[in-house]
Design a protein around this ligand. Sequence first.
Ligand code: NDP
Length: 316
Amino acid sequence: MYRRCGNSGLKLPAISLGLWHNFGDVDVVANSRAIIKLAFDSGITHFDLANNYGPPPGSAEENFGKILKDDFAGYRDEMIISTKAGYTMWDGPYGDYGSKKYLVASLDQSLKRMGLEYVDIFYHHRPDPDTPLEETMAALDLIVRQGKALYAGISNYPAAEAARAIEMLKALGTPCLIHQPKYSMFERWVEGGLLEVLEKEGVGCIPFSPLAQGLLTNKYLHGIPADSRAAKSHGFLKEGDVTEDRIRQIKQLNDIAVARNQSLAQMALAWLLKDKRITSVLIGASKPAQLEDSLHCLENTTFSETELQAIGEILA
Ligand code: NDP
């Protein structure tokens, strides 16, 4: 259930829970609470946030903070909590991208919203084309030295930029713990060099949106359900993403999953976890039952050559 994160001393659960959707003020708090309780009771020790999660931005951290206070007092040392800054958070030139000013101020805000003294992992959320990478990495190093985060991470960095960032952090004495890229059967850019960089440097990898926001489940097989992410106005997945080509692939993948005695969600997660370079898969869930379903992926994370080839042909 727990995998070592790169060369570090930290172990993460093979499945981690992200609070991007379903934990904002637009959502039902009792449901959010039930998902987090089920996760923790099932051994999911890692909860991933960002300054801008909601909507509105900041509300996921606030709601998570309330749940922590009400239900998890005394459990802080059993949890790994991460947050990030890098996307637009507040007006003016200091609430976006990668300046030291933004990262330090944003983490202070996040800590207040969650009622925490420190987070376990603080990420730079996306590369900044204008701020020198040296400044952004120095900000991560500062934050760790101040004790406001225990570890530093990067997200959405392409392979070459990730390699530079990892090198800089190493030189500063605050090694990069982990990289958080988008990676699923439908989004395989990390296979073009990033995974090799991370393995070589001993940095962990935690793919986000491993279910392609719900596409890699059986929910869109017969249309777009009213309570799905694609149907919600604030959902990041759009109706237009559910194309006929996608549905055709989803149906074919679903047939393979059924033959493996797995749900499509379970197979999609297992397909990532078959690679030992993957530390954890960072899933979302809009209902406790989804989390329960996804967790069963751990019962079979091996694939035959025939299965891999069939999956490869569908994805090609
Ligand atoms: P997923 O790809 O796991 O999608 C989650 C969604 O899929 C759920 O909300 C639900 O959608 C559906 N779902 C989940 N499990 C099942 C199941 N077993 N059966 C049927 N449907 C299921 O991940 P997310 O896109 O939610 O991203 C996960 C986390 O990754 C985020 O919370 C965040 O922490 C992180 N992230 C990081 C980013 C970055 O830039 N670093 C960007 C995006 C995400 P529905 O609502 O339709 O029920």
